[in-house]
Design a protein around this ligand. Structure first.
Ligand SMILES: *[C@@H]1O[C@H](CO)[C@@H](O)[C@H](O)[C@H]1NC(C)=O
Ligand SMILES: *[C@@H]1O[C@H](CO)[C@@H](O)[C@H](O)[C@H]1NC(C)=O
Ligand SMILES: *[C@@H]1O[C@H](CO)[C@@H](O)[C@H](O)[C@H]1NC(C)=O
Length: 239
């Protein structure tokens, strides 16, 4: 075997270091410093800076999507026990910039064409981010009769088969749950909250079967608990 004459790598590095001149050693040191510095800078940029950039934040405030100030009465019931899902029946959006634009378009549409402000408390973009609408502190304007005692969450897109054919992504479903967990943690939502589609309460095609089908897998989905009940009945204020 010829390998007897081969010197292991680190031994050879040591030998050449011993054999090299002072200038060569300094040069070698400088080179390694530059290489390690560059690696450290790349790791920092990849791991650290990206976390701080808005493109990695999952919950986008109204200020971040450049929304206009939102009107709405203060929430009357707390913690909320009911979460109602609608779809927006507007074009899908798949980036922070695109969804921020969608949010501004939706707000303008409701203000100019409907005469009231963005109806949802929160909106889930097709990019999986959660966009703040009226937020936790203001009543929504999404489901007649239930606005004062529910949280309205809109999913961007048209989830009706044969119409928009939007299909919810797993990231959207995860981020919706993250929003719910945050709401419970902060005391905005009852830990035993129930999620329904608008069509579970009223005759409607919203939020569309593609979305409804996936909602039914959620542990908090409960079609029947508050069906046909008024807000006062939900909060047991009628006795
Ligand atoms: C966004 O979520 C983080 C936790 O992931 C939370 O600390 C922060 O307060 C949230 N921001 C808003 C505006 O809800
Ligand atoms: C949500 O769905 C209900 C149907 O029950 C409908 O009346 C309402 O207009 C929808 N809201 C929005 C904001 O799309
Ligand atoms: C709700 O009311 C409708 C008619 O008002 C009725 O047909 C339906 O059975 C009721 N559902 C429940 C769960 O009570």
């Amino acid at each position: 075997m010829s390998s007897r004459t081969e010197v292991p790598f680190w031994t050879s590095v040591g030998q050449s270091l011993r054999n090299s001149s002072r200038t060569e050693k300094i040069f070698c040191c400088v080179c390694w410093t530059i290489i390690l510095g560059a690696v450290a800078a790349i790791v920092y940029l990849l791991a650290f800076r990206q976390q701080e950039s808005p493109s990695n934040v999952w919950n986008i405030t109204r200020a971040m999507w450049l929304g206009a100030d939102i009107a709405g009465d203060p929430v009357k019931y707390r913690p909320l026990k009911l979460v109602i899902i609608n779809h927006s029946v507007s074009p899908e959006c798949r980036s922070l910039e695109g969804c921020a634009q969608s949010m501004r378009n939706l707000q303008n549409f409701f203000l100019n064409d409907k005469g009231w402000d963005l109806p949802y408390n929160f909106v889930i973009g097709n990019d999986g981010r959660v966009y703040e609408g009226r937020g936790w502190d203001r009543e929504g304007a999404h489901t007649y009769g239930y606005n004062s005692c529910s949280l309205g969450v809109g999913f961007i897109g048209d989830y009706r088969p044969g119409f928009g054919n939007t299909v919810p992504t797993s990231l959207q479903m995860e981020r919706f749950k993250e929003l719910m967990q945050y709401g419970v943690l902060m005391g905005y939502l009852d830990p035993d909250y129930a999620v329904v589609g608008a069509s579970d309460l009223q005759t409607s095609a919203s939020p569309g079967d593609n979305l409804l089908k996936q909602m039914k897998a959620w542990s908090h989905y409960n079609q029947d608990r508050y069906r046909n009940m008024t807000c006062a009945q939900i909060y047991d204020l009628t006795k």
